[in-house]
Design a protein around this ligand. Structure first.
Ligand code: DC
Length: 217
């Protein structure tokens, strides 16, 4: 049987990670946060003492990505996030990570009957055949506020203006790059999360997925 594939895309701190986790748990699907693959790649480059903008070093790190590292706390640091958006603009890095993402979607680990992938290009490039595509959007100010809250909850110092500036730069890099930029697929359903809390986003998304795929809510 063909696995059920849910694609969730959107900019940083739009709520897609939280939503993807909850959707996966709710419907018994496997979850892959594809941003973590770019973060592990970036961390590999940093650990090698190389420059994230160096295509050869970044491609090497992408080819050696270890899925066992996806849960490491170090990946959440802002320097890694920044470097991740730099390596993500390198075509050879995206090509190296593409197969692993598609394999996860089409062969989710048992007993899952499908997979939820969240990222920037899941609906457009990685899984254009996904059963449901969601595209989350939110104002850059509300996303910066969320990121500040997350950072402070983790005990990190965070200054709103700096986070906002960083978010704008990262948005620009993710949206303006040549290969697989952040974009909504024509058949994606957009959800604006600016005024919604995580429960409300989950309600809307799970309702839509259940209806579309004939699942029980
Ligand atoms: O979602 P995140 O912040 O963990 O993503 C880290 C970086 O990786 C981000 O700058 C965009 C990039 N990324 C991407 O280009 N394509 C994806 N499918 C996922 C993330």
């Amino acid at each position: 049987m063909k696995p059920l594939i849910i694609a969730i895309d959107g900019p940083a701190a739009s709520g897609k990670g939280t939503l993807a986790r909850r959707i996966a748990e709710h419907f018994g699907l496997a979850h892959l946060d594809t941003g973590k693959l770019y973060r592990v790649t970036a961390l590999g480059v940093i650990e090698a003492g190389a420059d994230p903008a160096d295509p050869a070093a970044a491609e090497k790190a992408a080819r050696n990505v270890d899925f066992a590292r996806l849960g490491e706390a170090r990946l959440l640091a802002e320097d890694v996030a920044r470097a991740a958006s730099v390596v993500a603009a390198i075509p050879a890095v995206r090509a190296a990570l593409l197969e692993a993402q598609r394999h996860f979607a089409h062969h989710p680990p048992a007993p899952a009957k499908g997979a939820v992938l969240d990222g920037r290009d899941i609906g457009t490039v990685v899984c254009p055949d996904a059963n449901v595509k969601l595209f989350l959007v939110a104002s850059v100010e509300s996303r910066a506020e969320r990121r500040v809250r997350e950072l402070r909850e983790r005990g990190a110092a965070a200054i709103y203006d700096a986070v906002l500036q960083d978010m704008r730069e990262r948005d620009a890099r993710d949206s303006e790059r040549q290969v697989a930029p952040l974009a909504a697929a024509p058949d994606a359903v957009r959800i604006d999360t600016t005024q919604l809390d995580a429960d409300q986003v989950f309600e809307q998304a799970s309702d839509l997925i259940a209806r579309h795929c004939g699942l029980r809510r």
